[in-house]
Design a protein around this ligand. Sequence first.
Ligand SMILES: Cc1cc2nc3c(=O)[nH]c(=O)nc-3n(C[C@H](O)[C@H](O)[C@H](O)COP(=O)(O)O)c2cc1C
Length: 319
Amino acid sequence: MAPTLLSSPLQGFTDFRFRNAFHHYFGGIDTFYAPYIRLQGKLVIKNSYQIDLDPENNTTLEVIPQVMTNDPDEFLFVVKYVQSLGYKELNWNLGCPYPMVTKSGMGSGLICQPAKIDDVLHKAHNESDIVVSMKMRMGYDNPEEILATFPILDKYPLRNIAIHARIGKQLYKGPVDLDAFEKCLTSTKHKLYYNGDITSVSAFKAIEKRFPTIDHFMIGRGLITDPFLPNMIKNNTEEYPKNRWEIFSEFHDTIYQQYDEYLSGPTPIKMKMQGFWQYFAETTSNPHKTYKAIKKAANPQKYRQAVNDILRTEMNVEY
Ligand SMILES: Cc1cc2nc3c(=O)[nH]c(=O)nc-3n(C[C@H](O)[C@H](O)[C@H](O)COP(=O)(O)O)c2cc1C
């Protein structure tokens, strides 16, 4: 059976514009997780989150909203908000590794605090009928933290726990810890999803082979770096479509146009697209040169020229 593939959220990248264009041009993803909602000390949902989750902006694909908090009241407030939009599930982020977040006891900084996790889950399950799922690392300081937290998680009817097989203090560096992930498999009653470094069909196959009981896989950065990847995994092929760069070009133009309309002025759109190209460049024949050309493009005309040059080069490369 084909595996279920989920788009792991990337704040700043995988908003509704990206998700819709991705789904239209590449496909292969069954469910998209939206980047987290974070409240700023007040029970108010920022406008950008509202736009991102607005059902009218998410008509063609399945989206699950996500929240990052350590406060039961905030969690419940977000539950009510997403339910008012018609969502049935809320994903809880216990993975974010950034010190600003972890020092205030959120993201992966919360994994070692089972009592606090219990408080949030208790209130959510006692006072609402939301379906909760988790996205976690295995700890902040060490990968045993999650093992001590599983007994609390096992008390609740969570839909699943997606585990990014790193610890918080690694940030995004160093290898995933597959031995520690394996320990998780036998330490909880919950269904686990695998996440981390699925960057190619062969990387996917190696994970699938090592963990035959896992049938849900989340892909984050790999999906931006190589948007064809999910579909290639689904079709069990390493071959790109013949018109690979034509498809990519249309996708690029679609997101460029939408971000250009949304962001005002040449600098924000330049920064936005530069962020994407940091990933896109990796699958071009000369990543360094590609990214340098994008960075050098000082205005929208030069950017357009740089993209045209890059795509023309890639269209002429024999893969
Ligand atoms: C720029 C960036 C933004 C991210 N934003 C989120 C987020 O909003 N919510 C979340 O759960 N994970 C977030 N992540 C983590 C990814 O979803 C994913 O778990 C991680 O990158 C490992 O998977 P990958 O190797 O497939 O990218 C972010 C990662 C990056 C690099």
